[in-house]
Design a protein around this ligand. Structure first.
Ligand SMILES: [Zn+2]
Ligand SMILES: [Zn+2]
Length: 141
């Protein structure tokens, strides 16, 4: 089984994922933007049993503005690690946290909120896919 290793900015926290992600893409929502201080969030989604903290679990801080997203970061360096989405049964390990994983995005979500239009030919959803409780409605690039 393929293993991908990642760490926070300072290296105190190390994580590992196993197998393949359930999906990859970009989120343009304002929550992702203000949390990441970036115009988009590149996400990779994993089943929780495929994500392990291998070092520095005591340094992991958590913040949940809503039940949907339990955000995790390193309390030593402030670097972001992942967001647990309990209602979806998935964890978003930020693509940048897993440098060995080849990022192959398949979809843009919350594109109606974009501040950085990306004309890459991939599907653009107004909010979330229907199976994640969204409208599933596609919008133009
Ligand atoms: Zn750190
Ligand atoms: Zn988002």
């Amino acid at each position: 089984m393929t293993t991908y290793k990642g760490s926070c900015f300072c290296g105190a926290v190390e994580i590992e994922t196993q197998g393949a992600p359930e999906g990859m893409g970009y989120c343009h929502c304002s929550s992702c933007r203000t949390w990441s201080a970036a115009p988009v969030n590149a996400f990779t989604l994993w089943k929780p049993h495929n994500v392990r903290v291998t070092r520095g679990a005591e340094f992991i801080g958590r913040f949940a503005k809503s039940e949907l997203s339990h955000r995790q970061y390193c309390t030593s360096c402030g670097g972001h690690l992942m967001t647990d989405h309990p209602p979806l049964g998935l964890i978003d390990v930020y693509a940048a946290t897993l440098p060995e994983l080849k990022f192959t995005p398949g979809v843009h979500v919350n594109y109606s909120e974009t501040v950085l239009p990306m004309k890459d030919g991939l599907p653009k959803l107004k909010d979330f896919p229907a199976e994640f409780g969204g409208s599933g409605v596609a919008v133009p690039e």
